[in-house]
Design a protein around this ligand. Sequence first.
Ligand SMILES: [Zn+2]
Length: 114
Amino acid sequence: MSVKIYRNTTKPEVIGSCPQCHSEVLDGKQKYYCTNLFKGKCRFSLNKHYFRRWGEMRPLSKAGMSHLLLGRGIRLKNLVTVRKGHMFDCLGYLAWIPQFNRWGIEFEDIYWHD
Ligand SMILES: [Zn+2]
Protein backbone atom coordinates (compact mmCIF):
# COMPACT_ATOMS: atom_id res chain seq x y z
CA MET A 1 0.00 0.00 0.00
CA SER A 2 1.34 3.39 -0.87
CA VAL A 3 0.41 6.67 0.67
CA LYS A 4 0.47 9.75 -1.44
CA ILE A 5 0.81 13.12 0.15
CA TYR A 6 -0.63 15.94 -1.86
CA ARG A 7 0.79 19.32 -1.23
CA ASN A 8 -0.54 22.45 -2.77
CA THR A 9 2.76 24.02 -3.71
CA THR A 10 1.63 25.94 -6.75
CA LYS A 11 -0.86 28.35 -5.28
CA PRO A 12 -0.12 30.34 -2.12
CA GLU A 13 -2.83 30.47 0.48
CA VAL A 14 -5.14 33.47 0.71
CA ILE A 15 -5.13 34.86 4.23
CA GLY A 16 -7.09 38.07 4.00
CA SER A 17 -7.88 41.13 1.96
CA CYS A 18 -5.51 43.95 1.11
CA PRO A 19 -5.76 47.16 3.18
CA GLN A 20 -4.85 49.22 0.11
CA CYS A 21 -6.80 47.74 -2.84
CA HIS A 22 -8.99 45.02 -1.21
CA SER A 23 -7.58 42.29 -3.43
CA GLU A 24 -6.38 39.00 -1.90
CA VAL A 25 -3.34 38.84 0.37
CA LEU A 26 -1.24 35.71 -0.11
CA ASP A 27 1.10 33.78 2.13
CA GLY A 28 4.46 33.80 0.33
CA LYS A 29 7.77 32.27 1.36
CA GLN A 30 9.39 35.41 2.75
CA LYS A 31 6.46 37.78 2.97
CA TYR A 32 2.73 38.32 2.90
CA TYR A 33 1.77 40.21 -0.22
CA CYS A 34 -1.13 41.52 -2.29
CA THR A 35 -1.99 39.74 -5.56
CA ASN A 36 -1.70 43.12 -7.29
CA LEU A 37 1.85 43.74 -6.05
CA PHE A 38 3.62 42.21 -9.03
CA LYS A 39 1.19 43.84 -11.44
CA GLY A 40 2.43 47.18 -10.16
CA LYS A 41 -1.05 48.15 -9.03
CA CYS A 42 -0.54 47.94 -5.30
CA ARG A 43 2.24 48.45 -2.76
CA PHE A 44 1.11 46.08 -0.04
CA SER A 45 3.57 43.51 1.28
CA LEU A 46 4.94 42.73 4.72
CA ASN A 47 8.10 40.74 5.42
CA LYS A 48 7.50 37.80 7.76
CA HIS A 49 10.63 38.86 9.65
CA TYR A 50 9.50 42.45 9.97
CA PHE A 51 10.08 42.42 13.76
CA ARG A 52 13.66 41.15 13.55
CA ARG A 53 14.77 44.80 13.61
CA TRP A 54 13.32 44.97 17.13
CA GLY A 55 14.85 41.70 18.30
CA GLU A 56 11.90 39.38 17.59
CA MET A 57 13.35 36.46 15.66
CA ARG A 58 10.13 34.51 15.19
CA PRO A 59 8.31 35.20 11.92
CA LEU A 60 4.93 36.91 11.94
CA SER A 61 2.38 34.06 11.96
CA LYS A 62 -0.44 33.60 9.46
CA ALA A 63 -2.93 34.03 12.28
CA GLY A 64 -1.24 37.28 13.29
CA MET A 65 -1.28 38.55 9.73
CA SER A 66 -4.96 37.66 9.25
CA HIS A 67 -5.71 39.54 12.43
CA LEU A 68 -3.84 42.62 11.20
CA LEU A 69 -5.69 42.48 7.87
CA LEU A 70 -8.98 42.74 9.75
CA GLY A 71 -7.74 46.03 11.16
CA ARG A 72 -7.07 44.60 14.59
CA GLY A 73 -4.00 44.98 16.75
CA ILE A 74 -1.61 42.21 17.67
CA ARG A 75 0.12 42.10 21.03
CA LEU A 76 3.89 42.34 20.78
CA LYS A 77 6.12 41.60 23.73
CA ASN A 78 9.74 42.21 24.67
CA LEU A 79 10.64 44.22 21.60
CA VAL A 80 13.83 46.25 21.86
CA THR A 81 14.41 49.73 20.46
CA VAL A 82 16.92 49.87 17.64
CA ARG A 83 19.12 52.65 19.00
CA LYS A 84 19.12 52.41 22.77
CA GLY A 85 18.05 48.85 23.44
CA HIS A 86 15.07 49.74 25.63
CA MET A 87 12.55 46.92 25.99
CA PHE A 88 8.84 47.47 25.46
CA ASP A 89 5.47 45.77 24.85
CA CYS A 90 2.86 47.25 22.55
CA LEU A 91 -0.04 46.69 20.21
CA GLY A 92 0.88 46.59 16.53
CA TYR A 93 -1.40 47.77 13.73
CA LEU A 94 -0.98 47.71 9.97
CA ALA A 95 -0.22 51.16 8.63
CA TRP A 96 1.40 52.97 5.75
CA ILE A 97 4.71 54.23 7.17
CA PRO A 98 5.61 57.47 5.37
CA GLN A 99 9.26 57.60 6.50
CA PHE A 100 9.89 54.10 5.07
CA ASN A 101 7.59 54.75 2.09
CA ARG A 102 6.01 51.33 2.55
CA TRP A 103 3.52 49.34 4.60
CA GLY A 104 4.58 48.40 8.08
CA ILE A 105 3.44 48.11 11.67
CA GLU A 106 2.58 51.07 13.84
CA PHE A 107 3.23 50.60 17.55
CA GLU A 108 0.56 51.81 19.96
CA ASP A 109 -0.14 51.53 23.68
CA ILE A 110 3.56 51.21 24.35
CA TYR A 111 4.51 49.85 27.74
CA TRP A 112 8.16 50.38 28.69
CA HIS A 113 9.95 47.81 30.81
CA ASP A 114 12.02 49.12 33.72
ZN1 LIG B 1 -3.43 45.45 -2.70
